[in-house]
Design a protein around this ligand. Structure first.
Ligand code: DGJ
Length: 552
């Protein structure tokens, strides 16, 4: 028997070791690649895009009514309808009470069924964690939490009366919510980490104190009478120049104080109660979110119930992630990716603007479902690079001929171009009605003016004052534009001083199939008012491409 000299043995050991190291490195790289494929947010110019399976993804969505996802059978007939509407994402609640019916015993039947049915229909999911709070209340906490009010204390009103609302000032409340949320995220990583049907998660739902702007539970009062946490004060001082003007005004009124109790720093009044509430909801949410992300790092957001005109703190769910206290939320929730508005009332345009900031992309998880939804979808996506648009109770919609179905059809055709162009100043959205009948958009050497079409053409016939036209514009080249939508007329001006008049060379209607343009009719004569404008009639939904020229 030949014995190998020791140096050969060492060579073999070294070789084996290198193979092992290379193997480990490969494994780590694969892990990393897998990790990189997890849905995530990525900047493109001024836009923030949602990346799914490595590619930007535009959510043409809808949120389910609150109880719909509690029965897979009830929901099942709707999936085909969603498909026929070109809906690519459904926002569906996960109910804490049904997921953890007994403490520590988790039941993921509904979550798994939801994922299975969504996959079968090629639809993605955004899950809504109905945990400690849903519309201010704690109606979704499990029975074992509701009943054990000593262990899981409630918020109290100013008379010391407990409410059906967990207090955010209890470690037990926070830990039990966190444990359940962590279990959910861990489960999702296991069942969906590869296929990634679930692309984002909303943490809690529409938090906010009502009918008092702050909690009067004993711990809460103690905290209110203590110093404002140093971490909040240093955040506000550091970012003072960038804070929301409405918030700065509140802080300024009391002399920009930087130490003291909440009332010493921000002054006496309901606004201070609300700031205090916002900070404490934010900190609670942050702990739940950070723990969940450690298990499975999906993009996560919170949503806000918006304020009706003239309402004061306490009259609306106060302390939620609202525009005037966004900075408090930003300071308190570094793990939350963005704050989102649920737009049911007021001006859709104004609310959207308030939620789109350099540090906050726009996503509409809920909006009132109506014939106006089509214009809202075009506007939010075109004007503010929205990650997505999702009207509420989407299963209640009769899709045949509904304006939203037709808008989603156009938007899904345009999605590849929208996603390529986002964040570079070459897209715009318009939303027009009687109160806002005209809007101007500047693209390079042109100004495109969109008019509310019914007003222009058949004003006397439109009795319904809620009619809204809308669309989006995309600049394809120096002189070429896509305009898609319904109920708008567009005229063109040149900004070139040597050739100050803009003319229409051609307008074609058409469709996009897999990003490729197939023209249909050439629109001229009556369809362009003999070359004066572009028209997308209210009764129709169209994609038109226009080529302009300049002359003098
Ligand atoms: C807003 C809430 O977030 C939804 O869950 C639902 O309750 C709607 N309001 C009802 O309009």
């Amino acid at each position: 028997m030949v014995t190998r000299p020791p140096n050969h043995r060492w060579a073999r050991i070294r070789q084996t070791r290198s193979v092992l190291i290379v193997g480990l490195m490969l494994f780590a790289t694969m892990g990393q690649a897998q990790n990189q494929r997890i849905p995530q947010l990525r900047k493109q110019g001024s836009a923030t895009q949602l990346i799914v399976h490595g590619k930007p993804f535009l959510i043409l969505g809808g949120e389910l009514g609150n109880s719909t996802a509690s029965s897979l059978e009830y929901l099942r007939p709707n999936w085909k309808k969603f498909q026929s509407m070109r809906i690519n994402t459904i926002l569906a609640p996960v109910y804490w009470e049904l997921m953890e019916p007994q403490e520590g015993r988790f039941d993921f039947t509904l979550v798994d069924g939801l994922i299975r049915d969504a996959r079968k229909h090629g639809i993605k999911l955004v899950l809504l964690w109905f945990g400690s709070w849903k519309n201010s209340m704690s109606c979704y906490v499990p029975a074992w939490v509701k009943r054990d009010f000593d262990r899981f204390p409630r918020s109290q009103d100013k008379n010391g009366k407990s409410m059906e609302m967990l207090t955010s000032f209890s470690r037990n409340n926070l830990e039990s919510d966190k444990k359940a949320f962590v279990a959910l995220m861990k489960h999702l990583r296991g069942v969906d980490g590869r296929e990634q049907t679930v692309i984002m998660v909303q943490v809690e739902s529409e938090m906010g104190m009502i009918p008092d702007a702050r909690d009067h539970y004993a711990e809460a009062t103690r905290a209110f009478q203590s110093a404002v946490p140093a971490e909040l004060m240093s955040y506000l001082q550091e970012l003072k120049a960038e804070l929301q003007p409405e918030f700065v005004t509140m802080w300024e009124k009391n002399g920009f104080k930087t130490t003291g109790t909440w009332e010493e720093v921000f002054g006496w009044g309901l606004h201070t109660d609300e700031i205090f509430t916002a900070w404490n909801y934010a900190r609670y949410t942050e702990e739940v979110t950070a723990a969940g992300k450690k298990e499975y790092n999906l993009p996560m957001f919170v949503n806000a119930a918006l304020i009706r005109e003239g309402y004061r703190p306490g009259q609306y769910p106060s302390g939620g992630p609202l525009p005037h206290i966004m900075d408090i939320w930003k300071a308190g929730t570094p793990s939350i990716d963005f704050l989102a508005p649920d737009i049911y009332h007021g001006s859709f345009v104004d609310w959207s603007r308030k939620f789109k900031r350099a540090d906050n992309p726009l996503f509409i998880p809920e909006a009132g479902l109506s014939h106006r939804s089509a214009a809202d979808a075009f506007y939010s996506i075109g004007q503010h690079d929205a990650i997505g648009f999702c009207p509420f109770a989407i299963e209640s919609l009769d899709p045949s001929g509904h304006r939203l179905t037709r808008a989603y059809d156009l938007l899904s055709q345009l999605a590849p171009i929208i996603l390529e162009k986002q964040g570079q100043g070459t897209t715009a959205g318009v939303s027009l009605d009687r109160s806002r009948p005209k809007t101007e958009v500047k693209f390079g050497e042109y100004v495109l003016t969109a008019f509310f079409e019914p007003l222009d053409r058949w004003a006397s016939q439109v009795a319904d004052t809620t009619v809204r036209g809308g669309g989006m514009m995309i600049q394809l080249g120096a002189d070429e534009f896509i305009v898609a939508g319904s109920g708008i007329i567009v005229t063109f001006q040149s900004l070139n001083t040597e050739r100050p008049i803009a003319g229409i060379l051609s307008i074609d209607e058409g469709i996009y199939k897999n990003g490729v343009w197939t023209p249909g009719r050439r629109l001229n004569g009556d369809q362009s008012h003999q070359g004066r404008h572009m028209r997308l009639p209210y009764g129709d939904f169209q994609i038109q491409r226009v080529v302009l020229y300049q002359y003098k």
